[in-house]
Design a protein around this ligand. Structure first.
Ligand code: TRP
Length: 382
């Protein structure tokens, strides 16, 4: 034990092990999201930062400074993010969309959401019925964080293909097979759907520029596991006459059982807090969740606990601590041993329950306009 570095794997198709985020950032060659940059965002927005930015969930970027320079000189950008439906959303998924909503409101910019109902059919063998059904359900949850309907657009891959395809044709022509093989580590058995898929995930990054026939910068908030796709996007952007998208990367929310990310598939169900879990199930999952606590109360009072490895602390961080001050105090009390894990879990539960109730009501209210935001026709035939 001790000195040896633990192994971890982070790709768009696999997240495993205990992730060393700083090492990952350096390995991927992305920039650190510094306090100077955060201060700049705060001053342009004229508002306190949302939890995703204020509490270090987003920690890395590409070209964010340049994007802000352009914005301040009068060139607005658009936001792009997405979801590969494989099941119900879980609580942490909404963090990135809540950040997008905040940026949309403060910077008054359009948002493009891609629902990839092809991706997990190819990558994980889900049925088409499942990916389509979850795609729609996920879309309702995503829209319910409060996006402005007028400024929000959706690509639902199988239904938006006519709009995306003219771009995907050009994108695919620029990506050699060897790149895809190296970037994603595909074995020879990989189906050719996935080989092509990265072209579809790239297409929305250029869509507004293509549609309007002028260069419109793009900002993509995403989990850092998605960076490999957008490295490819950035490499080919200029060759196609489009600006390279800027990126904002988040950490993955740790699973409730304490390993890897809180991924929707491939784990025991108890590792994940689904947005459609009934409250008694939420209670059970929280009760069983892995924490950063010690094995005895005495030891914890004496030595304190370790928030950084705790799945419950990660939940407080996303939104359940209502202010940054509350989050700081909670973290200090955890570290000092003043706060015990059982009490911390008990305090969290009512907050999660209230959030679930709000979320359920909100998702009902977007159903009637969600469909109308799906783009189905291309802006031009070529
Ligand atoms: N590949 C993503 C997933 O597995 C879905 C996705 C599509 C996405 N486009 C995106 C994620 C843009 C972030 C940004 O969930």
């Amino acid at each position: 034990m001790g000195e040896q570095k633990e192994e971890f794997v982070v790709t768009p198709y696999e997240v495993r092990g205990r992730i060393d985020y700083e090492r990952l950032r350096i390995q991927f060659g992305t920039q650190e999201l510094t306090s100077e940059l955060l201060a700049r965002i705060r001053s342009i927005a004229g508002s306190e930062l949302p939890p995703g930015l204020a509490r270090g969930i987003y920690y890395s970027h590409r070209d964010l400074g340049q994007l802000l320079d352009l914005y301040e000189k009068g060139t607005p950008f658009f936001l792009y993010s997405g979801r590969g439906p494989s099941g119900p959303l879980h609580v942490s998924h909404l963090v990135s969309f809540e950040l997008c909503r905040w940026i949309q409101e403060k910077f008054r910019v359009p948002m493009y959401i891609q629902i990839t109902d092809d991706e997990k059919f190819w990558a994980r063998g889900l049925s088409r019925e499942e990916t389509v059904r979850w795609g729609l359900e996920n879309l309702y949850d995503i829209l319910s964080v409060g996006f402005d309907p007028e400024r929000t657009h959706v690509f639902f891959d199988s239904r938006s293909i006519a709009a995306l395809y003219p771009l995907a044709i050009r994108i695919a022509q620029k990506i050699p097979y060897s790149t895809v093989k190296a970037v994603f580590g595909f074995p020879p058995s990989t189906n050719i759907g996935l080989v092509f898929y990265t072209a579809l995930q790239t297409a929305p990054s250029f869509y507004p520029s293509w549609a309007e026939g002028r260069s419109i910068p793009c900002l993509i908030p995403c989990g850092i596991d998605q960076d490999p796709h957008f490295r490819v996007t950035r490499d080919i952007a200029e060759g196609l006459g489009y600006p390279k998208p800027a990126l904002l990367h988040s950490r993955m929310v740790p699973g409730l059982l304490g390993e890897g990310a809180m991924s929707t598939t491939g784990h025991r169900d108890d590792n994940v807090l689904f947005l459609n879990d009934p409250i008694p199930v939420v209670r059970r999952k929280i009760r069983h969740a892995f924490t950063g606590g010690r094995s005895t109360v005495e030891e914890q009072r004496r030595e304190g606990a370790t928030p950084e490895i705790c799945s419950i602390w990660a939940l407080w961080r996303t939104r359940f601590a209502e202010t940054d001050e509350e989050f700081r105090t909670l973290t200090e009390n955890c570290r000092s041993g003043a706060l015990l894990c059982g009490d911390c879990k008990s305090a969290l539960l009512p907050k999660i329950e209230a959030f679930y109730e709000r979320q359920r009501a909100a998702r009902e209210s977007v159903r009637d306009w969600a469909e109308s935001r799906i783009i189905t026709t291309p802006p031009r035939p070529l």
